[in-house]
Design a binder for this molecule. Structure first.
Ligand code: NAD
Ligand code: APR
Length: 245
């Protein structure tokens, strides 16, 4: 990697997007045949769309949640490499945080510990009134209601929609301000605030790296391009070798 000797490269923040799960069989959003080619964002990924037609929105997320029960859908080599990298980095006295825009639970299943699912999780539901979140693995129907309110209120997917505030933003910003390295994996960098993370890290002096199928419009310090299951394990192995020796 040819890092300057004096660089301490042990505080690593990673951001992942739909691209890291593509090879697990989960559709991305903006690639060819992506989700947004067949569904209108304003209908299925905004609070206004949910207010207008909750059944349509529930059906959209019920189908995506049901897909996660498919035994074919497993964490891939990129998810697993990140979990292994975290364990080894922590053993070397480093810090690690993985911020994901994905809602597919694959990082959790791969064993990543320090994880912020900033856009929520498909396998959780939340009360439309209190916002209280609960684990949920089957369809959400209009018969399902919360246990936290009187009278009970309807449940919605615990997903952050366009126009809503993501989860754990202060933790994300704190980690970005403290990072030595910021690695972006499998995201088109089109949706803020996640799309602004690279610039925050770069401006405070972190090394910024993009691992993606193709280059995005953001000016990273380094880029390695190809399928995540090839590029991510190779890059992380090289990174650890550099740290250890
Ligand atoms: P944005 O304006 O950054 O959106 C970027 C792209 O998303 C746009 O170029 C467009 O392609 C699409 N988009 C956004 N709103 C749209 C709409 N109403 N109709 C059609 N296309 C639309 O995104 P944003 O609205 O500023 O997002 C703000 C908040 O929403 C952020 O907090 C973000 O984290 C959250 N969010 C969550 C999800 C999710 O599915 N979990 C998706 C996107 C955004
Ligand atoms: N390996 C690596 N990268 C890949 C692969 C792959 N096998 N396949 C696709 N990619 C890359 C694409 O090149 C693209 O840059 O993954 C990215 C996918 O971009 P999007 O489909 O826009 O997904 P994402 O960036 O996660 O979207 C951000 O927008 O609509 C919202 O909720 C949605 O959280 C999501 C947010």
């Amino acid at each position: 990697m040819g890092w300057p000797e004096e660089w301490n490269m042990k505080r690593v923040v990673v951001l992942t997007g739909a691209g890291i799960s593509a090879e697990s069989g989960i559709q991305t959003f903006r690639d060819q045949n992506g989700l947004w080619a067949s569904h209108a964002i304003e209908d299925v990924a905004t609070p206004e769309g949910f207010a207008r037609n909750p059944a349509l929105v529930q059906a959209f997320y019920n189908a995506r949640r049901a897909q996660l029960q498919d035994p074919e859908i497993q964490p891939n080599a990129a998810h697993l490499a990140l979990a292994e990298f975290e364990a080894q980095l922590l053993a070397l006295g480093g810090d690690f945080l993985l911020i994901t825009q994905n809602v597919d639970n694959l990082h959790q299943r791969a064993g990543t510990q320090n994880l912020l699912p900033m856009h929520g999780e498909l396998q959780r539901a939340k009360c439309v009134h209190s916002g209280q979140s609960i684990p949920w693995f089957t369809d959400i129907t209009e018969q399902d209601s919360c246990l936290c309110c009187q009278p009970p209120q309807p449940l919605r997917p615990d997903i952050v929609w366009f126009g809503e505030m993501p989860y754990a933003m202060q933790e994300c910003y704190d980690a970005l301000m403290d990072a030595d390295v910021f690695i972006s994996i499998g995201t088109s960098g089109q949706v803020y605030p996640a799309a602004g993370f690279m610039q925050i890290a770069q401006e405070q002096g972190a090394l910024t790296v993009e691992l993606n199928l193709e280059a995005t419009s953001h000016q990273f310090d380094q880029g390695v391009y190809g399928p995540a299951t090839d590029v991510v394990p190779a890059y992380l192995d090289e990174f650890l070798k550099e740290l250890k020796y």
